[in-house]
Ligand binder design. Structure first.
Ligand code: GLC
Length: 442
């Protein structure tokens, strides 16, 4: 638990912003598990979505990848089935990444996939297919644009060290107009979007530099319930002394890591958050990265997030043909098997008011506590803080079998120190995480 910090009580205005964010994110906080999809022309060089920046490629050199990019095997329905079978409830696709290449049929540029894809609008196909599977849908849109002529060579722009390039007369307002126009296209031409995921702000390129207030009011005019991530402005720092929810962003977006506890605002209210995570090291397809995470680590990471009131947005990077790598498919299938039996301990669940036990973690929904047994133990599972006479039933979630529990005569066997019998010692959890369902009396 974070230490209590004395802060001025929130203003009515802040409470209003906070309550609206909680309202909008209600379904999303229930859903807990989503798919991130990084797909673009960078799948051709297959060295990650930052290749243009990392290798300082000019737009004309990068063009060979754009010309070559023709995802003939792209099948949005197959992607949607993969996400659904993994137990995911929503998905977010890159409509435009930092390279500026548009995966949707924008009228504001010719730099778009539909030109060499028989006019097909990949974003529309994605949205239709995922909605048809009953999943919520979101789009990622890069604020940064390494292609637009009026976007200066700042930050990690591929031409950041190119003195000649710097001499150009960048008309920032033109870029902002283009960016707002594209977001409006996405917001108005593609039906109901559940999430808009902006990426990202840095230095002075933050907040009102993007005309964020105007942008968000346009978005909310058309889609009042859409959920926005927090990257329209730079992070205020990871300290609970400063953290707030902003009217221009509903949730925090930790990347490639899981916070060590609940995320609270400076008034001690929990803040919605979502860790985004890759399956190997890269977001976009990386041919030579074989460092895949195990399904076990993914299940443990998901449980870790939910045990702290967070979500997990797990990434796939389809290859240039449009296929999700077979290694990713295999991991997701295993995760899906676990979710089919244990999803009840994830969906609609959040933090339990109990200390983290040695053998795993807890999640909770109403009067039911889920004990996630993650690590081998000796003896019974010590569920400290749970009082035996308040327990109604204890079951193994995956089989429904009843488990017995008792107090011990040794150690700190005071009240509220329950021991759940999971078998004869030594014991190892099975299937990555053995979930024990503890129903408490009302
Ligand atoms: C980063 C990277 C990016 C990736 C994103 C996902 O900000 O720039 O390539 O899309 O994080 O969170």
């Amino acid at each position: 638990m974070n230490p209590i910090i004395a802060q001025e009580p929130p203003s009515n205005e802040y409470s209003d912003v906070y309550n609206k964010a909680m309202e909008r994110t209600a379904w999303w906080r229930e859903a807990r598990f989503g798919m991130f999809i990084h797909f673009g022309a960078y799948a051709v060089p297959a060295r990650g979505e930052w290749v243009k920046s990392n290798e300082r490629l000019t737009t004309s050199v990068y063009q060979k990848y754009v010309d070559e990019f023709n995802p003939v095997d792209f099948n949005a329905k197959a992607w949607a089935k993969t996400a659904k079978a993994a137990g995911m409830k929503y998905a977010v696709l890159t409509a435009k990444h930092h390279d500026g290449f548009c995966m949707f049929n924008s009228k504001l540029t010719n730099y778009k996939l539909s030109n060499n894809f028989n006019g097909r609008d990949l974003v529309k196909e994605f949205l239709d297919a995922f909605r048809a599977e009953g999943l919520k849908v979101g789009l990622y849109y890069s604020l940064i644009d390494w292609h637009h002529n009026d976007y200066p060579n700042v930050g990690n722009h591929p031409q950041r060290d190119d003195k000649e390039y710097s001499k150009q007369n960048f008309k920032w307002d033109n870029y902002v107009k283009y960016m707002h126009g594209q977001v409006e296209e996405l917001i108005t031409n593609y039906g109901k979007l559940d999430i808009m995921w902006f990426d990202y702000s840095f230095d002075d390129y933050s907040g009102e530099k993007w005309k964020a207030t105007e942008l968000v009011s346009m978005i909310r005019k058309h889609q009042p319930n859409i959920i926005l991530d927090n990257r329209l402005s730079v992070h205020e720092g990871s300290s609970a002394l400063q953290r707030t929810i902003k009217s221009i962003g509903d949730f925090e977006s930790p990347e490639q890591g899981i916070p060590d506890g609940l995320l609270l605002d400076k008034y001690q209210n929990p803040i919605p958050w979502e860790t985004c995570l890759t399956l190997n090291g890269g977001w976009g397809y990386t041919e030579q990265d074989h460092n895949w995470k195990s399904p076990e680590l993914i299940v443990q990471s998901l449980v870790n997030c939910v045990s702290k009131n967070g979500n997990l947005l797990l990434n796939v990077g389809p290859n240039a043909r449009g296929i999700i790598p077979k290694e990713s498919e295999a991991i997701l299938a295993e995760v899906g098997k676990w979710m089919a039996l244990n999803g009840e301990s994830i969906y609609g669940c959040g933090a339990a008011n109990l200390a983290k036990p040695d053998w795993g973690r807890y999640t909770q929904k109403g009067n039911t506590i889920y004990a996630h047994w993650l690590h081998p133990t000796i003896g019974d599972l010590n569920a400290k803080g749970i009082e035996g006479d308040k327990v109604k039933n204890i079951y193994l979630l995956q089989s429904g079998a009843e488990l017995s529990y008792k107090k011990t005569w040794w150690g700190n066997s005071d009240k509220g120190n329950l021991f759940i019998t999971v078998g004869s010692s030594p014991q190892k959890p099975v299937d990555f995480d053995t979930v024990v369902k503890i129903e408490m009396k009302k």
